[in-house]
Design a protein around this ligand. Structure first.
Ligand SMILES: [Zn+2]
Ligand SMILES: [Zn+2]
Length: 346
């Protein structure tokens, strides 16, 4: 198979012919039809993720058709159209048995703990616990965009922050996670405020339902601006980027008893950000993480998509080839493109 491959961190990935994967007893092999390019892939390539062992094939936001099935798999067969959350649970540990595969103690993450989906084929373990059947009318590029950023935003707002209609939701950073969050918050009847340093991204966020926007480059006190717009602070605030500044602002701009959700990864030199802890205590703020979403919760998200309340297809930016994805991956630390780039040609 063709695959993107690197044997050293920060070295330009190459496209290589590698052996086709074979399924484990409880796993499947998926013919990848679409796979999204994500900032987590860039973190991995930089060497920020201790789960990655070299040489490596990245890629974790995927959709495709099952090409081979292990003997122990009961619920899936060759030819099924599927996607998978980027954190897959083992199905056996305490967290999985209590329904929390997204924090499984023995998690399988394609593109991190194992070789991923920037390839024609990818092996996925624990298939019965983690695969999700795609609705008939959903194209593969849209399905690929769900597995990481969209699902994580959905979980962040619906399950972690428990957003209610009429609440103010501040979204810091309008990459894939942030734009997804704006769309989901608007669909829930909340009032999303989009914050970014790109006017282009803010305009896109407005189209997706942001009721107000703040340009972080042009505004000295972002948290103060959110408090002004919301007359007292956001009920819910998301750091969708993952940086010390956005994390701090996202906590600082809350109203009393507000809920902050950290979705953007904080790695390497950003791993221990400054947090206004006096405010967290005095105002009884809640601080959450959101780490993917367990497969069984996809049903709720897919129902909103099928009903037309959520339109993840609108978040798709460029559709690119595997070859074009290598330089795009290496460039992800800078200003990223509008929307989600998806590899659809292998
Ligand atoms: Zn991702
Ligand atoms: Zn588990």
């Amino acid at each position: 198979m063709n695959a993107m491959y690197y044997d050293a961190f920060e070295k330009m990935p190459e496209i290589r012919i590698l052996p086709d994967p074979v399924p484990t007893e409880n796993g499947v092999v998926i013919k990848v039809e679409a796979t999204g390019l994500c900032r987590s892939d860039w973190h991995g390539w930089m060497g920020h993720d201790p789960d990655i062992r070299l040489p490596h094939v990245p890629g974790h936001e995927l959709a495709g058709t099952i090409a081979a099935v292990g003997r122990g798999v009961l619920r899936y067969k060759t030819g099924d159209r599927v996607t998978v959350p980027f954190v897959s649970g083992c199905g056996r540990c305490f967290e999985c048995r209590s329904g929390n595969n997204q924090v499984c103690e023995a998690q399988f993450q394609p593109g991190f703990t194992h070789w991923g989906s920037f390839a024609e084929y990818v092996a996925i373990d624990f298939a019965d616990q983690n695969l999700v059947h795609l609705p008939e009318d959903m194209d593969f590029a849209t399905a690929a965009s769900l597995g990481c950023r969209f699902a994580t935003s959905f979980r962040a707002l619906v399950d972690q922050a428990r957003v209610k209609g009429g609440e103010w939701v501040a979204v810091h950073g309008c990459g894939g996670v942030g734009l997804s969050a704006v769309m989901i918050a608007a669909a829930l009847g909340a009032n999303p405020i989009a914050i970014d340093i790109s006017e282009e991204k803010l305009a896109f966020a407005q189209k997706l339902g942001a009721v107000a926007t703040i340009n972080g480059r042009a505004t000295e006190d972002v948290a103060g601006a959110v408090r002004d717009i919301t007359r007292g602070g956001a009920h819910v605030s998301l750091d969708a980027l993952g940086s010390p500044v956005t994390c701090f602002n996202s906590i600082k701009n809350q109203r009393r008893r507000g809920r902050h959700v950290q979705v953007g990864l904080m790695l390497a030199e950003h791993a221990t950000p400054q947090i206004p802890m006096a405010q967290v205590i005095g105002h009884e703020l809640e601080i959450y993480g959101s780490h993917g979403m367990q497969a069984w919760r996809y049903e709720a998200m897919l129902a909103m998509i099928t009903a037309g309340q959520l339109k993840p297809q609108e978040l798709i930016g460029r559709q690119i080839s595997l070859e074009e994805a290598a330089p795009a991956l290496a460039a992800m630390d800078g200003a990223t493109e509008l929307g989600i780039s998806v590899i659809t040609r292998f």
